[in-house]
Write a protein that binds this ligand. Structure first.
Ligand code: HEC
Ligand code: HEC
Ligand code: HEC
Ligand code: HEC
Ligand code: HEC
Length: 347
């Protein structure tokens, strides 16, 4: 990656010339603009160098991105048509255009989530291509509701398109009467519940008549980038690494301190929220395990479920997979856990 961009200027000029030659025999693939004829001494590929240059900003972003989880490409092999929208670059770009939940087919030669997954790279071949592929509100896969996180220009909606839970069958309703048979040990929201937790959505409300879970102000005053891309500490946290924490450098609190939100904050466990969430999550986990609903490893134990119980199991997984221990939306997270504990203790 680093090599590609650094040495690309001369290569880019050759390839853009070559792409003209190959146009006649290739059906697809972006073709660079022809470039000015250069009679008056103008650079024929001036627009390419808006990005293919040695500017610190671009070099730093690459340095940071290279240390991110996305850059590992660890799960790009999940290229089936139902997995590719979130696990491959091509699949994501396809569903941004089609608006479908799944790709038409499996993605051949899948690539990892990279610059062009999120940015419009090689659309106009100018710096305008740093624009994000999408900042539009998303339609949640689980229930068709609209999730919109407008703060920061909607950049969180880009993340939310992938970092959202996935629908499962059977799908319970709070207060639903008939029992439901869960047959898969993978039943649950899948991993990326963060955007819905930040937005205060995606958990079942209404079990035991408990509705209107409260929200922390974060959803209206912070974007994913505010916290995860706060000023970079080398390539360890912040910036395009998207890491909040690093073993050596500890927690990156720059985002928390932004705009004077939490001046002088000492750690993520602000007001003891993470501690409270962790304690309540384990309490609920113990209750669910004692009831035989989940196993020791916190996976669902397939069986016939009462619908309210299944709602509570879902809510538990939503909090577990969020992995911020309440930082994304403390009030909501605690309300969800309290509701689950009350339900299980009343049984
Ligand atoms: C908006 C910034 C931007 C502009 C303008 C731009 N590029 Fe790129 N280009 C990139 C980035 C970023 C990558 C790396 C993409 C990746 O790996 O995710 C790249 C990669 C490439 C590659 C490597 C192969 C590939 O597609 O990954 C070639 C060749 C290339 N660019 C040629 C060009 C040419 C020729 C132009 C001008 C006609 C141009 N680029 C204009 C940002 C840009
Ligand atoms: C809506 C987007 C989306 C879809 C569709 C999706 N995933 Fe994922 N998946 C994610 C996200 C986001 C993560 C990482 C979340 C995190 O780290 O918190 C993830 C993580 C994973 C992991 C890693 C779990 C771990 O232990 O770290 C595996 C394995 C996985 N997905 C498999 C699949 C398979 C198989 C499919 C298709 C059947 C699929 N995913 C479909 C978004 C998706
Ligand atoms: C997971 C999505 C994602 C990936 C992957 C990604 N970016 Fe970004 N990038 C963003 C977001 C979001 C912003 C805007 C942050 C903000 O404004 O809060 C951004 C901002 C930028 C900017 C500043 C643009 C401007 O208009 O000021 C540059 C330059 C940039 N990214 C380069 C890169 C490069 C180079 C790569 C690949 C090495 C890359 N990005 C990969 C999401 C991504
Ligand atoms: C194309 C789908 C997609 C987009 C867009 C996306 N992510 Fe991810 N993200 C994933 C998947 C899938 C994983 C985990 C699997 C992997 O690729 O290793 C992941 C992993 C992560 C991780 C590391 C989690 C861990 O510990 O494993 C963070 C942090 C993260 N994403 C934040 C973001 C943020 C912030 C944005 C928006 C700027 C974003 N992501 C945009 C799909 C996406
Ligand atoms: C208010 C700040 C804040 C906002 C906003 C925020 N996050 Fe986080 N996020 C955190 C913190 C803090 C953690 C926990 C990090 C830790 O304990 O190491 C975390 C954890 C995560 C993780 C688990 C992996 C990791 O780095 O620990 C993912 C993935 C993630 N967030 C994605 C997102 C996405 C996607 C968004 C936007 C929809 C988002 N976050 C919004 C602060 C934030």
């Amino acid at each position: 990656m680093k090599r590609v961009l650094t040495y690309l200027f001369p290569a880019g000029m050759m390839i853009s010339a070559a792409s003209l030659l190959f146009t006649s025999c290739t059906k697809e693939g972006p073709q660079g603009p022809a470039g000015a004829d250069g009679k008056d001494g103008a650079d024929a590929n001036a627009t390419c160098t808006q990005c293919h240059n040695f500017e610190d900003m671009v070099v730093a972003k690459i340095f940071q991105y290279d240390a991110s989880q996305h850059a590992t490409g660890d799960y790009a092999f999940e290229n089936r048509n139902s997995c590719a929208p979130c696990h491959t670059s091509q699949g994501f770009r396809e569903v941004v255009i089609t608006g479908e939940d799944n790709c038409a087919e499996a993605i051949q030669n899948p690539t990892r989530i990279d610059c062009r997954t999120c940015h419009m790279i090689h659309d106009t071949y100018t710096a305008a291509d740093w624009a994000l592929r999408t900042v539009a509100p998303i339609t949640l896969r689980i229930n068709g509701e609209t999730l919109d996180l407008p703060f920061g220009g909607g950049t969180s909606n880009l993340c939310a398109k992938c970092h959202q839970p996935r629908a499962r069958t059977p799908w319970p309703t709070p207060g639903g009467v008939d029992s439901m048979n869960v047959t898969s040990g993978h039943w649950g929201p899948h991993y990326g519940t963060q955007s819905t937790m930040l937005a205060g959505m995606g958990c079942f409300e209404g079990v035991g008549g408990k509705t209107a879970f409260p929200n922390s102000p974060h959803r209206n005053i912070a974007s994913c980038s505010t916290c995860h891309s706060a000023s970079a500490v080398g390539n360890m946290t912040g910036g395009h690494t998207l890491w909040m924490e690093n073993e050596e450098e500890g927690e990156n609190l720059a985002g928390c301190e932004a705009a004077d939100c939490h001046p002088g904050i000492e750690d993520f466990n602000y007001d003891g929220v993470q501690e409270e969430v962790e304690e309540k999550m384990h309490h609920l986990g113990d209750l669910l395990e004692a009831a035989g609903f989940i196993d020791e490893g916190w996976h669902i134990a397939p069986q016939m479920f009462n619908q309210d119980d299944l709602c509570i199991v879902w809510n538990f997984f939503m909090v577990e997979y969020d992995r911020s221990l309440g930082v994304h939306n403390g009030k909501y997270t605690i309300a969800v856990l309290d509701n689950g504990i009350a339900h299980m203790e009343a049984k």
